[in-house]
Design a protein around this ligand. Structure first.
Ligand code: TYD
Ligand code: MG
Length: 455
């Protein structure tokens, strides 16, 4: 009997090697390499190349408009770039139990109520479990087909029978193809199945949604290994113990990637949060507190108001701690360096913790000034006025740089009843028609004196 050849594959990033190693040299994760059977490549010498895609001049290519379908959720559609594009493959990834199946089942119900056929392949649950969930979510349609199956070939047979316009695979880690011998959930299986599904999407013009679990242990492959293969990658995030959920697009061939969608997990499924700033402000008391600042950040096409909190205290460690949640770590270090050099805050013996409330990740520099003020006010034990919003990017010299979309941000602040906005002096064109006091500041020092009152 021929010896079975094996290889070691990193379940996190897909790196392959002939021998076992503890740490993946590609992504740096430990203990994620597992042994998989090496599949024999197909006999390439006999294959015939069918060239039905001729080479053409760029001037002669006709643009075909993408047809987009609504998921019935405005928040989901916006993150997708206007809806689900016909014939595309979307990967929805997230931690187990976060609500992926719920979101997709509700969207499936909405799609089917538009008179479109959808095949929901539940590889993890039985059909009756899906039915129970559907009942709870009030999803009911004659166009929604449920198929409890883990074999991809069987799914393809059903696609030919039913001829759906949409296909949902829940989840990619529990489905397998008989073409290869590796177990389901391995990198090889996930890649092969995704290739298969991509083929179905493009050749049969079926819109495919694939659900993928984010895995920490590395015993089953995570969605990272197939991000480059699909058209759109969307992450569903949130704290399992809280009801708020965020949809974030990581890659999108049909739209921008900086949109977020906000949902609330309620008793009967997910509800859209159309005005997220209100939700983020809900837990805030009216009294100002040292280290608490409201910033206006721009997420794709809309502005969001979020609270940034800082805690500064004398350190008991040999080197002070810097901890950030929701703000990039290096950005925090840079802001601390500017505070030390330009306004003389000596933070070298203080721990600094910064937290963005509501699970939002802020990656735009327009939040710099807010973060700096949160740290500075906590250090000096003073407060930023509770009706004041802070907008501005800080340069290394301590000047406040201008930011984009200033009107949208101020409008959002006004809508939520804020009375004052601190904005960069460099934003030359002053927004007009606002019923809110606008203070333009050139430097970090000026911003502090413009919005800080004694506790
Ligand atoms: P689920 O969609 O099964 O998560 P995933 O597919 O990402 O693993 O969601 C499971 C969680 O959602 C579960 O903890 C219960 C909660 N949930 C609600 O709070 N309300 C609901 O109406 C439903 C269907 C689920
Ligand atoms: Mg699920």
């Amino acid at each position: 009997m021929a010896k079975v050849k094996t290889k070691w594959v990193c379940q996190n990033c897909g790196y392959e090697t002939a021998k076992y190693i503890g740490k993946c040299p590609d992504c740096g994760s430990w203990g994620t390499l597992t042994e998989e059977i090496e599949e024999k490549p197909a006999n390439k010498t006999q294959s015939v190349v069918i060239d039905d895609n001729p080479v053409c001049l760029i001037n002669e290519i006709k643009i075909t408009e993408n047809i987009k379908f609504s998921t019935g959720f405005e928040e989901f559609d916006r993150v997708l770039g206007g809806g689900l594009v016909q014939g595309s493959l979307v990967l929805l990834a997230g931690d187990p139990g976060i609500g992926k199946s719920t979101l997709i089942l509700q969207s499936a119900g909405n799609i089917c109520s538009q008179g479109r056929k959808l095949l929901y392949v539940c590889a993890e649950e039985s059909s009756s479990q899906v039915k129970l969930r559907a009942q709870r979510l009030n999803v009911n349609s004659n166009n929604l087909y449920v198929y409890s199956q883990t074999n991809l070939e069987a799914v393809i047979t059903q696609i030919d029978n039913i001829k759906p316009e949409f296909l949902v695979i829940d989840s990619i880690q529990s489905i397998y193809t008989s073409n290869i011998t590796s177990s389901s959930g391995s990198v090889s299986q996930i890649r092969e199945c995704t290739n298969f599904l991509m083929d179905i999407a493009k050749n049969k013009n079926i819109t495919v949604i694939v659900i993928g679990h984010v895995t920490k242990e590395g015993n089953i492959a995570g969605p990272k290994v197939l991000e480059h293969m699909v058209d759109t990658v969307i992450y569903f995030e949130g704290d399992k113990y809280k009801s708020q959920r965020l949809l974030r697009s990581i890659k999108n061939r049909f739209g921008s990637t900086n949109e977020i969608g906000v949902f609330n997990m309620a008793e009967y499924g997910l509800e859209e949060v159309k005005n997220p700033s209100e939700l983020f402000m809900k837990e805030r008391t009216d009294n100002a507190a040292p280290g608490s600042v409201i910033i206006a950040t721009n997420e794709g096409t809309r502005a969001l108001l979020v609270e940034v909190q800082a805690l500064v205290g004398t350190t008991s460690y040999p080197s002070p701690r810097r901890v950030s949640t929701g703000v990039e770590f290096n950005r925090l270090l840079q802001i601390i360096a500017v505070l030390e050099k330009r306004i003389g805050l000596n933070l070298s013996k203080h721990d600094v913790y910064v937290n963005v409330i509501g699970g939002i990740e802020i990656d735009e520099p327009a939040a710099d000034l807010g973060i700096a003020l949160a740290i500075a006010t906590c250090f000096r034990d003073v407060c930023v006025d509770s009706d004041c919003v802070i907008i501005g990017e800080i340069s290394l010299s301590g000047e406040i740089r201008n930011v984009s979309n200033i009107e949208k941000r101020i409008y959002e602040a006004q809508k939520l009843g804020f009375k004052k906005a601190i904005i960069p002096k460099l934003n030359k064109k002053l927004p007009e028609g606002f019923n809110i006091e606008i203070i333009q500041v050139p430097r970090l020092m000026d911003a502090i004196s413009a919005c800080v009152s004694k506790k």
